[in-house]
Design a binder for this molecule. Structure first.
Ligand code: PMP
Length: 366
């Protein structure tokens, strides 16, 4: 098999922040990992998370309202298990591939709400209201959206908040990509209507460290802590030290965010030269979605986007993710948070593959 460019996974390929490396070395040299960390998270990390939200919005946050989880994914599981067990969660579609199963495992039923093409496939209160039933307990909003990179503007977010609050539907904010979105947007605010889930994977380039958190009101926090205690228990002392250091002092973050923005622009330009794959223009995030319907017309089996991904990995040497895993069939998702030369080479390979596929079909139909 030829070498593969793997752009299927959602990770920011960057050097690890210096502050995290130093913190890890410190914890090891002081031999601080023989005991369990506090179950709900080290106070220093919970204070750093609270400080992070205070910096973003001047909002009212307290370390007692923060619970540390084994990644944002576990945070979403805990939050859903507490606020929506036995009920329905409205999930704007397209959506992160893992929401449906995370919710089912947490005892809730995901109800998909297709976004409007006119707004970049985002939802609004009218669409949510049309999907609401007496069983609706929560709605999840993720911005920038994984996979499309569409971004909710402040007025739509405010309208969704008002709608949810009025009807007693809990808003779960998945804040994991916050820095890759709208720079000026106010941070979220946990309260009795809203639960915020975040993590260090994307913005701080620490996907492998597996630290996330839930910020919620005291009642939800108490219940979330019960779920943490009986599922993962405390998160690794090492991991918590790395993230504490980074939240307090990630001097590389603004550059990282600018770099990812440049990479996104680079990928859009590079992919514009690939025939039959149309770029769905993102406003933020770390991904690019490609509409593959014109390419699928070349080979009817490629309408199955999972099959098309397997063919592209095998024959073009580029691995992407099938849009159907995100509720966006006929599309391909590409992670763009990788160096520009890798993106250029991926685009070149895809162009070679598509041109050859087109030529073969043209010859056959002559
Ligand atoms: N939410 C979204 C929208 C994501 O894309 C991801 C990871 N791809 C997560 C949550 C989970 O983040 P973590 O790696 O911290 O579990």
């Amino acid at each position: 098999m030829r070498d593969l460019i793997d752009l299927s996974s959602g990770q920011v390929v960057e050097a690890m922040p210096d502050a995290a490396i130093k913190a890890l070395a410190d914890v090891v040299s002081k031999e601080q990992i023989t005991c369990y960390a506090p179950i709900y998270g080290e106070p220093a990390l919970r204070a750093a998370v609270a400080g992070h939200y205070a910096n973003r919005g001047g909002t009212d946050s307290d370390l007692d309202d923060i619970t540390i989880t084994a990644g944002a994914r576990h945070g979403l599981f805990c939050a859903t298990a507490v606020v929506a067990r036995g009920g329905e969660v409205l999930v704007p579609q397209p959506h992160w591939s893992h929401y449906p199963e995370v919710m089912r495992l947490a005892g809730a039923h995901p109800v998909f709400v297709p976004g409007l093409p006119a707004t970049g496939l985002l939802v609004d209160p009218d669409l949510l209201e049309a999907a609401r039933t007496p069983a609706t307990k929560a709605v999840i909003v993720n911005s920038p959206v994984n996979p499309t990179g569409a971004v909710y503007d402040s007025s739509t977010m405010a309208a969704i908040r008002d709608w949810a609050r009025r009807l007693g539907v809990r808003l779960i904010v998945d804040d994991i990509y916050w820095a890759y979105g709208d720079e000026g947007a106010a941070g979220p605010q946990a309260n009795e209507h809203e639960v915020v889930v975040g993590g260090a994977a994307k913005v701080h380039a620490l996907a492998g460290v597996r630290v996330g958190w839930v910020w919620a009101d005291p009642a939800v926090t108490a219940a979330v802590r019960g779920v943490v205690e009986h599922t993962t228990g405390p998160v690794s002392t090492l991991a918590q030290a790395a993230v504490t250091a980074v939240l307090d002092n990630d001097s590389g973050m603004p550059d990282r965010v600018r770099r990812v923005t440049r990479q996104r622009v680079h990928a859009i330009r590079a992919m514009a030269d690939v025939p039959l794959l149309r770029v769905v223009r993102p406003r933020g995030g770390i991904y690019l979605c490609l509409d593959a319907s014109a390419l699928a017309a070349v080979q009817p089996q490629w309408r199955d986007d999972r099959l098309l991904c397997a063919v592209l990995a095998e024959q073009a040497g580029v691995r992407l993710r099938a849009g159907s895993t995100f509720g966006l069939p006929g599309h391909l998702r590409m992670c763009v948070a990788v160096p520009p030369d890798v993106l250029s080479e991926a685009a070149r390979r895809l162009a070679v593959f598509v041109r050859a596929a087109k030529t073969t079909t043209d010859i056959k139909s002559d």
